[in-house]
Design a protein around this ligand. Structure first.
Ligand code: GLY
Length: 564
């Protein structure tokens, strides 16, 4: 049954959010009806209000997704794409929704190379040519169509009202807008959109996005049609024509999200469901956890040199396979043996237990033998067993930096996630090959890893993160900290993260995250260890045995949890 929200109630919600009432304190909070953990206090509060009005986790997720497009313009979006892994409480069925961007029809393998075959700097990361055909609006609509109970118009209108009235700029967002002032100002449409006063906003200023409000009101009233064939489509095509991009009216009209079978594997006593290709997330997460599963962790502590070493060696092997074997399944036959137990047993023999491996000596395996700051994540669930993990992205912060004139939103720079030249590292330092070459209409490989975990048949974890290539290791560390080290939820979120991705052959760890003794032991094992700034925004919900929904937003993000 569809329940209506009256417009007055929507306005009251917007006022409530603007006046205050948003809790961004980093604690675990538990709820009895529905919970949201996201990178924005305002967006989480929007989801909570949908629960209060009788909506389910899918309704809340749709409203949160559109709200993030307003209050987190650097990552939340309608000009990008994403993935969802969801469980329907009533049937217990888990499904994966792919609303990744596609390469425009006119895209070609060498479009970012000059006549000498060299990569032309910035062409795949900045401006109109870096944008893929956006999928977010179609994706959120497909989710709502299948599982939603409240009127679409009401869910989208909340975000439209937010854009219309404006939102308060948070501290880290003000810093980011200041850092990006010069590069974003190169695009006059973007400067007008994000810097209406002609200078970076201060924390606490209100940012009003009238053009975005207009676009969202249209999407609320007309559905995805407005975006893919209506007024917004015309605006996107005009933007492409003016700025030398490739996306045409036909590309937009033909865009379709795809329901896919999730990647499913067990780890300890848990059932893990991840995103299949064109995300590498589910398979690489599965490879890392399955490679590590047989090893007794009881003599390690979380973040001990032994644990970090073992984890990074598993990551080295898994990311080598990522570079070789994964791409859009409509264009490339992803080997089904990548999670085969015999294949993984063979790979495990290459996992050095004492000393560091050398990435130059590690190549992707041959699973064919066994055939049988940029992105934002949010987690939503309810006590009916509905679970929704969604990660959306523009690729880099603010995507292509190009805003669609008059439509109030930024376009993604997702084309850079293709292997634009074999062996050339993308924005995330990832290399790729034939499997992920650019082809007309193809989806680029991703690391986004929205993930659901069940314990027996019982919902247990909803999680995912931002962080490009580091998303998969962040999610794996959270699951290991939970299952092997039995850490409490807030502790899992606060643990310093570390990362290895085969190439470069380096363990990255968050600033201040390793003791000197641990660092030295890793160096003694032969690892290169490099400190970097904090990363990831992992927003997670844990459902306890009594059904209580406990949520934590990543302390690294200016996010929050909310619920009812
Ligand atoms: N754009 C980052 C990813 O999809 O992995």
């Amino acid at each position: 049954m569809r329940k209506a929200i009256n417009p007055g109630a929507v306005l009251a919600l917007v006022l409530l959010i603007l006046i205050g009432g948003c809790d961004s304190v980093k604690v675990t909070r538990c709820f009895t009806t529905g919970a949201v953990a996201s990178g924005s206090a305002v967006a989480s509060e929007v989801g909570s209000e949908v629960f209060r009005r009788g909506g389910n986790a899918f309704d809340a997720a749709v409203a949160v997704g559109f709200a993030l497009a307003v209050v987190k313009p650097q990552a939340g979006n309608i000009g990008g794409g994403g993935f969802a892994v969801v469980r329907e409480g009533q049937t217990g069925q888990v499904a994966a929704l792919d609303f990744r961007e596609t390469a425009p029809k006119a895209a070609a393998r060498d479009m970012y190379l000059n006549d000498s075959g060299e990569v032309i700097e910035n062409l795949s990361t900045v401006g109109a040519l870096s944008a893929g055909v956006p999928g977010t609006v179609a994706g959120l609509h497909a989710l709502w169509e299948k599982y939603g109970t409240m009127p679409w118009e009401d869910l989208v209108t909340i975000a439209a009202e937010l854009a219309d009235t404006g939102f308060v700029v948070a501290v880290s967002q003000a810093e980011m807008l200041s850092d990006y002032y010069v590069p974003l100002s190169e695009f006059p449409e973007t400067k007008t959109l994000l810097y209406p006063a002609g200078r970076p906003p201060q924390a606490g200023d209100r940012l009003v996005l009238k053009d975005l409000a207009g676009t969202l009101f249209l999407i609320a009233a007309e559905g995805p049609r407005a975006f893919y064939t209506g007024h917004t489509a015309d605006q996107i095509v005009a933007c492409m024509e003016k700025n030398g991009g490739l996306i045409t009216a036909e590309d937009l009209e033909e865009y379709l999200p795809v329901w896919r079978r999730p990647v499913h594997f067990s780890f300890d006593s848990l059932d893990v469901y991840g995103m299949p290709p064109p995300s590498s997330g589910g398979i690489i997460l599965g490879q890392m956890l399955k490679l590590l599963e047989p090893y007794d962790h009881s003599s390690f502590t979380s973040r001990s040199p032994e644990q970090i070493h073992m984890f990074c060696e598993a990551a080295r092997l898994a990311y080598a396979d990522r570079a070789e074997h994964l791409g859009d399944p409509e264009f490339y036959d992803n080997p089904s043996g990548l999670l085969d137990s015999t294949y993984l047993a063979e790979r495990r023999r290459k996992l050095p237990l004492e000393t560091a491996g050398v990435s130059a000596d590690v190549r992707a395996g041959n699973p064919l033998k066994y055939e049988s700051d940029q992105t934002t994540h949010f987690s939503v669930c309810d006590t009916d067993g509905n679970m929704v993990a969604i990660t959306v992205t523009l690729n880099a912060n603010f995507g292509s930096r190009l805003a669609v004139d008059g439509a109030g939103f930024l376009l993604n720079s997702e084309m850079d996630d293709f292997a634009i030249k074999p062996g050339h590292p993308n924005l995330w330092g990832l290399v790729g090959s034939e499997a992920n070459k650019i082809e007309s209409g193809k989806r680029m490989l991703s690391s986004m890893s929205p993930t659901l975990v069940l314990k027996g048949d019982r919902p247990f974890l909803v999680l995912g993160s931002r962080g490009g290539s580091k998303i998969i290791t962040a999610v794996a560390q959270a699951i290991i900290d939970c299952s092997r080290f039995k850490l409490p939820l807030l502790e899992i979120m606060s643990r310093p993260r570390f990362h290895h991705q085969w190439l470069p052959d380096v363990i990255f760890f968050e600033k201040g995250g390793l003791t000197e003794a641990t660092r030295q032991k890793l160096i003694d094992k032969g690892h290169e260890v490099r400190e970097r700034s904090a990363y990831g925004g992992l927003h997670m919900i844990m459902i306890d045995a009594s059904g209580l929904l406990c949520a934590v937003a990543d302390p690294r993000d200016e996010g929050a949890v909310a619920g009812y």
